[in-house]
Design a binder for this molecule. Structure first.
Ligand code: C5P
Length: 300
């Protein structure tokens, strides 16, 4: 039904991401880990958010799963600790704004998957409410708020489709050399907790350098990039969730260009030779009972 509300509204798409490279460099004194990671947005896998201005200071959130939960979408609680509400409240507090919002979130990106769904929703919330409430925050002020909400949130606030992210993930270097890669993504029935995966990981101070990966990206040959994919969080994730190791074996047999777990998991992706190959693999994964499977592309 079309809303009869007299108040203005905005709609935002919040894309997922994959980490094509992720090296945990060291554990820091503040409990976080320093990273070298390359993230790429997936515009064709996105949550949709609708923001309607409320003249009172209230923040209301409705979460609507885009698919029946039997298809593998994990229900997201619409509680005060949801990142969308936390982002809206952070902007209210920082700006002194007395307006509120009714927010509807159509959830397509599975949670506890390493696909950045919650972080992307938070970034979209900051961007939309800054416009709707006319709080006038500049890019850097929004980026600082974003970093206070989560390490991945600044990446989703930035315009670039690909970025090298360092520090705990919040320091961005946009990468103009992104490319379109057809992916097939799969998330096993069990997700993974980000803090638990970091706690179980072994930092790699002398591990593979992101420079090799970036050089391979420059060559624009996915085949050369394939040898440089890396994720320090995959071994601990495989120990915590054996379904990740099972997906790795399935992708190994499928003859994709390369495959890797994204972020702290538990979602896994394969870089395919074509969208056609991605769709065929997606069909076989569904037939094997994988609870959530999706075809999507990175973008240049
Ligand atoms: O920043 P974010 O809220 O997404 O981080 C969630 C948790 O993941 C942190 O509390 C921390 O345990 C872990 N983490 C980490 N190092 C990072 C990012 C996250 O240890 N660079």
């Amino acid at each position: 039904m079309v809303s009869q509300s007299p108040w203005p509204a905005l709609i935002e798409q919040a894309p997922a991401k994959v980490n094509l490279f992720l090296r945990v460099v060291r554990k820091r004194a503040d409990g976080f880990h320093d990273l070298e990671t390359v993230m790429a947005k997936l515009p064709d896998l996105a949550d949709t958010l609708r923001f309607e201005l409320l003249p009172t200071g209230e923040l209301l959130l409705d979460v609507i799963p885009a698919y029946p939960t039997s298809l593998g979408t994990i229900p997201i609680p619409a509680t005060a600790d949801n990142l969308v509400i936390r982002a809206a409240a952070a902007l209210q507090t920082a700006s002194g704004c007395s307006l509120g919002a009714r927010i509807t979130l159509v959830k397509r990106i599975p949670a506890a998957a390493g696909l950045g769904g919650g972080s992307s929703d938070a970034a979209s919330t900051l961007r939309a409410l800054n416009r709707l409430w006319q709080t006038g925050f500049k890019d850097q002020q929004l980026a600082d708020l974003a970093a206070s909400l989560g390490s991945d949130v600044p990446f989703f606030l930035a315009k670039s489709a690909w970025a090298l992210c360092t520090g705990r993930g919040e320091i961005l270097t946009p990468l103009p050399r992104g490319q379109r890669l057809p992916l097939v993504l799969a998330r096993p029935s069990e997700g993974l907790s980000t803090p638990a995966v970091y706690r179980a990981c072994t930092p790699e101070p002398a591990g593979p350098s992101v420079e090799n990966f970036l050089r391979a990206c420059d060559s624009h040959r996915p085949g050369s990039m394939a040898h440089c994919l890396h994720n320090s969080l995959q071994p601990p994730a495989e120990r915590l969730n054996p379904q990740v190791g099972w997906l790795k074996q399935v992708f190994e047999r499928e003859g994709v260009i390369a495959h890797l777990m994204t972020g702290s998991g538990s979602a896994y992706f394969g870089i395919c030779h074509s969208l056609r190959q991605a769709c065929c693999i997606a069909g076989r994964l569904r037939n094997q009972g994988v609870s959530w499977v999706q075809v999507a592309s990175t973008t240049a």
